[in-house]
Each structure stands twice: as C-alpha cells, then as structure tokens.
Design a protein around this ligand. Sequence first.
Ligand code: GDP
Length: 363
Amino acid sequence: MKLGIVGLPNVGKSTLFNALTSAKVDAENYPFCTIEPNVGIVPVPDERLNKLAHLMKPEKITPATVEFVDIAGLVKGASKGEGLGNKFLSHIREVEAIVHVVRCFEDENVTHVEGKIDPVRDIEIITLELMLADLDIVDKRLSKIEKMLKSDKSYEKEINILKEIKNTIEKELPLKNLNLNEEELNIIKGLNLLSLKPVLYVCNVSEDDLIKGDENSYVKEVKEYAKKENSSVMVISAKIESEIAQLDKSEKETFLEELNIKESGLDKLIKVSYDLLGLMSFLTAGPKEVRAWTIKKATKAPQAAGKVHSDMERGFIRAEVINYKDLLECEGYTRAKEKGLIRSEGKDYVMQDGDVVVFRFNV
Ligand code: GDP
C-alpha cells in the first residue's frame, strides 16, 4: 500500500515525512526504513502484536506496513511543466491514496509561496494541477481510441466515460462527484487518474493550536471544503510530530501525557490511511514470528492465505481461526483448543479484523 504526500511548498510535507520515517519503534525487528530519500516504509501501529508477542515470545515481530512517498515540486503550473512538474506527477500515479498537507499555521519566518495563508485556495491550486494532469491523459487516450473506434466498436463505452470526465474537468468540478460505477471505474482503471484517488487532508497547525485543542478558523474552512467531496480531514502539528519521533516509547508516552494528547498524530495518520484504503489486518502468531498481514476488507480465507504464501492459496484446505482476545485470555492455543474456541473455517469464510489464523493446506 502506497500513499503520496502532496501539498504546496513550505506547508510541512518534509517535516511530516521525516517524522514518519524516523520515528523510533519499540521492536527492533520492525522493518521500516527509507528506501529512497523520498520513499519510506512505515509500520502500522498495532498493540495486538505486542500483546501476542508477550504470550508467544517469538523470535521476531513483523507489523503490517504502509509506504509513504514525499512528492515535492507541486506548484501552480506543475501540469504545464512549471517547477519540477510532470516527473512528480508520474510519481503520484503509482500511489493508491493521497495525503494532502495543508498549511494552517502562521509563522512569519516561513514564507508562503502564495503570499498569505489560505488553506482552501491552496487545496484548489493543487487539486487543479492534478485535474489538469488528468485532462492531459484523458485527451491523449481519447484521440487514440477515437481512431480505433472505426474498426472496433467496443471502445464506445470508454469514449463516453472519458468524454464525461473531460467535460467535468473542464468545468473544474470534482471527478468524484461523477459517481462512476464499478464497471465504469474498471474500464478507465489503467489511466490511473489522480483526481479519483481517495484524499486525506492533513491540516498542519501550530503547536499552540494543537495543545489548546481548539480548531482554528483555517481548519474549519478545510473541514467544510472536505465535507463537500466526502474526504477525510485530520489535524496534526508536523513540528510536534518531528519532536515526538525522536523519543523512545516511554518518553513518548510521558510527552503526550504532558501535552494532554491521547495519541500521536503520526499513529493516527497511519491508521486513518489504512482505513481510507479499506484495509485491515489479520494476524499469525507462533514461536518463530508474530505478524500482521494486510488485506482488503471482505477478503476470503484462501486469498488471505495467499498473502502468506501462494502455495497456501492453491492448496487451501481450511483456516483455523481464533479472535486474538480469546487467544490472549486462554494464554495460548492449548487451552483455547480445549475450550473449543478455535474454529475451523472453509473457503467462503470472510476474514475479520483481529483474526489469528493457522492455514491448513495441501502441498
Ligand atoms: P515542505 O516544503 O512542504 O516539505 O515543507 P517543510 O516540511 O520543509 O517545512 C517548511 C518550513 O516550515 C520549515 O522551515 C519547517 O520548519 C516549517 N514548519 C513545518 N511545519 C511547521 C509547523 O507545524 N509550525 C511551524 N511554525 N513551522 C513549521
């Protein structure tokens, strides 16, 4: 799962990205790292893993991960090659969702590229660039398949959808409001249109505003804007997050308590992103490894098994499933089995969040 961090220059993207990728995590086997300067793999915080590890004493704990890409260089005119332009737009095409950072803090020492703080205008600048980049793609595809239509009528449907999309972009209206159905989305899936990707707006507020807990007027404006297009919003202080990222687990807890904050913004951001993409985790737990695996919600048992190993999907016999809370309460598989809490589930079983699973399969 890959998320792209976008926003105008100087809104706090890099500060946030650096905090995400440098955060100290308590288990040493967490495989998070920065692959490239602007790409980082970040573990999904999951208390269940630590609890299961306490019980199983595994050699290794492996959390689920999300990948963040810091996409710098988006400015007014990017789709026309201004700034770092199109190269970066192609980076965004690969991501499954967009984290749009919006400046909601005042600081005279940090210049705003557009002069004055105005989060909704900032959102509109970036959104328009993404739409124009999409328009380019749609135009190219249309001129190609309109020629092919003469010999192949099957392109008619796609042409109609693309014309509707083009029309919407030219009116500067959000593509999401077109409410394309699954079949239509499938037809244009290969184009990877940016404006159709889910967006999470992250309001970067000052430390004071975060601690006070009051929503400043900038945040209110963003929330109103996001509501219209059904996008999610969260409030964060990138500066505080970059400080928290330097702390180890117990220091972090004390720090959050002092500021009267329940959860670090980063932890919340990762969880919200996971949700935004319709993902969930199932768990495997044994003496070698306690691990979380990412699947789409409503995935069935054989496909979940396929995440662990393709052989397990091919030769799937059944899944032995227990909820992680039951497993903890029974202090292990032996008592859980005696109490009849381990269920045997077949190929139609829909995986549930928090399932701890052993897959049985033919080799
Ligand atoms: P980017 O261009 O969007 O990646 O922005 P940066 O993360 O590089 O931040 C630009 C400048 O704003 C840096 O000098 C940061 O220290 C500062 N900055 C980032 N977040 C905050 C914040 O929450 N409050 C304040 N006061 N400054 C911030």
